[in-house]
Write a protein that binds this ligand. Sequence first.
Ligand code: FAD
Length: 331
Amino acid sequence: MQIFYPGDAGYDEERSGFQTGLRHEPQVIFAVETARDVEEALRYAGNHGHEYAVQATGHGLTTPTTGVLISTRRMNEVRIDPATRTARAEAGAVWQQVVEKAAEHGLAPLSGDASDVGVVGYTLGGGFSVLAREFGLASDRVRTTEKTGDVVTALEFELLPVTEVHAGEMFFEARYAEAVFEAFHGWDLPDHVTPALTTLGDVVRVTFASTKPFDVGHLRVAPVLKEEFGVKPFARAAGRPLPPHTYQGDNVLLADLPLEALHRARETAGRSSTEIFLGLLPLGGALGTGATHLLKLISPRLGVEEQHEEVFDQVRSSVVGRSRNFRYAVG
Ligand SMILES: Cc1cc2nc3c(=O)[nH]c(=O)nc-3n(C[C@H](O)[C@H](O)[C@H](O)COP(=O)(O)OP(=O)(O)OC[C@H]3O[C@@H](n4cnc5c(N)ncnc54)[C@H](O)[C@@H]3O)c2cc1C
């Protein structure tokens, strides 16, 4: 195990992650490789009265620590057991490793839309996969959690016999957002289909996936800028890594989402003083969250909590909680 102090070569590299707007400011970094190293890091934090944080990729950094940082990226073994259809992933493993190894056995995990997200952080937050409405949360599939204190050192979880999915995406110009949002909101969704709607500046993007065929014709309510939809290997629906960047974001879980409230949220985000990308995940199906939708906001800069709250105000009366995932650079 390597240990880094401020000023050491490698200290900055080790504390840096996907989030470039914010970094941990630790007094010491334990770059752990084994459960025993994690134990040592925790003992050090305890003996010195320091708080500690864990970082695998930095995708989900909320509050930086000034105490001990336990960096798990080197502790990243992934093993697949095709006989029991399970995977065991160590603390620092990312989804791409599991997706690739599982595919060799005709299996797939309940991973999300970015393959470089950490398996453990994602699953501890529930884990909304690209097949979430069909198969439920990733956390529902956990068989064994190996822990040292509160730090998860490895997870063993079920894989699904999925090799191919029906999946795709459609892009529309933002000026057609109202019609697209209405069609998306009115979609009589089969339980096996998992869609998502996202505004991305000048465009609105709709994505969808399922292991079974389904129809998206009713979404073509405006000229489609770009569309692709077909049967593809699961890995192609499991998302490509994005380059590291600065972003702040939060989300709310909703008990219902009337169309007027959705339009108000979209309009408020659209005329905000900061750029806000709005994402909508319909829940239900196999997801036992008790919520009907997850509304998430993300901006390519920090210090935008107030503007995000103005958007959340438009759906406030329906808010029943927050997902631990989709919270970025917020305390
Ligand atoms: C581009 C992008 C796409 C995403 N797509 C999805 C998606 O499709 N579905 C979804 O559900 N979420 C998604 N997320 C959210 C993501 O799952 C969370 O941000 C998650 O926390 C990231 O985990 P990480 O290990 O990669 O990040 P890190 O920042 O390294 O860790 C995040 C937090 O997880 C906890 N943690 C990590 N490892 C451990 C451990 N070993 N023991 C204890 N606690 C630990 C810590 O609290 C840590 O602060 C996405 C995020 C981004 C940025």
